[in-house]
Ligand binder design. Structure first.
Ligand code: SF4
Ligand code: SF4
Length: 366
């Protein structure tokens, strides 16, 4: 029998495939998923992350930009169909003091996800988010909370650059689980987000064991993306999509394989499921870190179903190419405007671009 999440995946695929194949001009149905990158600010400094570092570079150059206000965000939400699923992420979204107001507003009509590093949300916020959960996978409310965690204990703190972060993140995971169990609820799903890098790949087992102890719902292991042009990070390369990301330095592939195998085997019968992003066989994950990714095995339909809105209102398909700004145009004008249509047409021709290697939302077709 099909699981609900697999069914949802197939529906998303069909939602994108119909306009992709029917309308050759690049037209698409309204966005099924919308991700608000609410801020580029972050209280952590993860060593692999370009969001906080590019924000700091901008500040040093004296560049200051105005993030979308609460009213502007509400105005965008009002333009979305009720079936659009909204993600709030960053940077660290809890640095936006209006976050809870944004969550209250959006959950009236939409299913939502929140992605955080779990270090600065307080107990009241966790309680309210849990109270605003969906009652079923198709209901309105908060469906999941993604919490980024990179390793256990001091190793995590070293990766994220701020001592004491691990304990704070762990406290957040624990508090969410307590709130859920108080209410006897499955939702919001707690999804630990782990980026695999040479700094943590030898301790993935340990991290998964911790997730099992806390009975979180999901561990999403994503490959490290070294693409410097993504979701509004400053990058002036107009041909970023044709530019392969930086290669990795050699890794101990046997050790990585052993760790991945443990995760895959252990998760078959465990409550905490494991997902790899992109969703591909373990051997391909190892190949990726050996710089042997074969792009012909992947495809992408994301620009037909998902829109990303940066902190300053620019809309991005994925690379930092502006498709238009929500301060100047309606969502429908941007979504089916000439920039988006051109990008979709080019992607349909190519399957995926050389610059896509490392994107965690590529689809594996084998
Ligand atoms: S918590 Fe997220 S946004 Fe912040 S530095 Fe780490 S990866 Fe980047
Ligand atoms: S696979 Fe490429 S085109 Fe598709 S979302 Fe990722 S970066 Fe964009």
């Amino acid at each position: 029998m099909l699981s609900v999440s697999r069914l949802y995946q197939l529906l998303t695929h069909a939602y994108a495939a119909i306009p992709e194949h029917l309308f050759r001009g690049g037209y698409s149905f309204p966005p099924l998923r919308v991700a608000f990158i609410l801020t580029h600010r972050c209280n952590l400094q993860c060593r692999f992350c370009m969001v906080w570092s590019s924000y700091q570079k901008e500040r040093k150059k004296g560049i200051k930009r105005q993030e979308l206000s609460l009213e502007e965000i509400k105005g965008v939400i009002d333009q979305l169909p009720g079936y659009s699923v909204i993600t709030f992420t960053g940077g660290e979204p809890f640095l936006r003091r209006e976050l809870m107001e944004i969550v209250r507003y959006s959950t009236k009509k939409h299913r939502c996800h929140i992605v955080t590093n779990g270090t600065i949300c307080n107990e009241e916020e966790i309680e309210e988010i849990t109270a605003r959960r969906v009652s079923s996978i198709l209901g309105k409310g908060v469906l999941s909370v993604g919490i980024s965690i990179e390793a256990v204990g001091e190793v995590h703190d070293k990766i994220v650059g701020i001592p004491g972060s691990f304990d704070k993140t762990l406290r957040t995971i624990k508090t969410f689980q307590q709130e859920k169990s108080k209410r006897g609820s499955r939702y919001p799903l707690i999804d630990l987000k782990i980026t695999i890098g040479d700094y943590n790949f030898s301790s993935l087992r340990e991290l998964y064991d911790l997730a099992l102890d806390f009975k979180v719902d999901l561990c999403s292991f994503q490959v490290l993306n070294t693409q410097s042009s993504s979701y509004g990070i400053e990058d002036n390369n107009p041909l970023a999509h044709l530019t392969p990301p930086k290669p990795f330095t050699p890794i101990n592939s046997d050790l990585l394989q052993e760790q991945l195998r443990y995760l895959a085997e252990r998760s078959v019968k465990a409550f905490t499921k494991v997902r790899f992003n992109p969703n591909m066989p373990l051997a391909e994950v190892v190949n990726y870190y050996l710089n042997r990714v074969e792009l012909s095995k992947f495809s992408c339909h994301t620009p037909w179903h998902t829109m990303h809105i940066g902190p300053y209102g620019e809309v991005y398909p994925c690379f930092s190419y502006s498709m238009g700004n929500v301060r100047k145009k309606k969502i429908s004008e941007i979504w089916n405007g000439k920039n988006y249509k051109r990008f979709r047409k080019e992607l349909r021709k190519e399957g995926v671009f050389p610059g896509c290697a490392g994107c965690c939302i590529m689809e594996y077709k084998g």
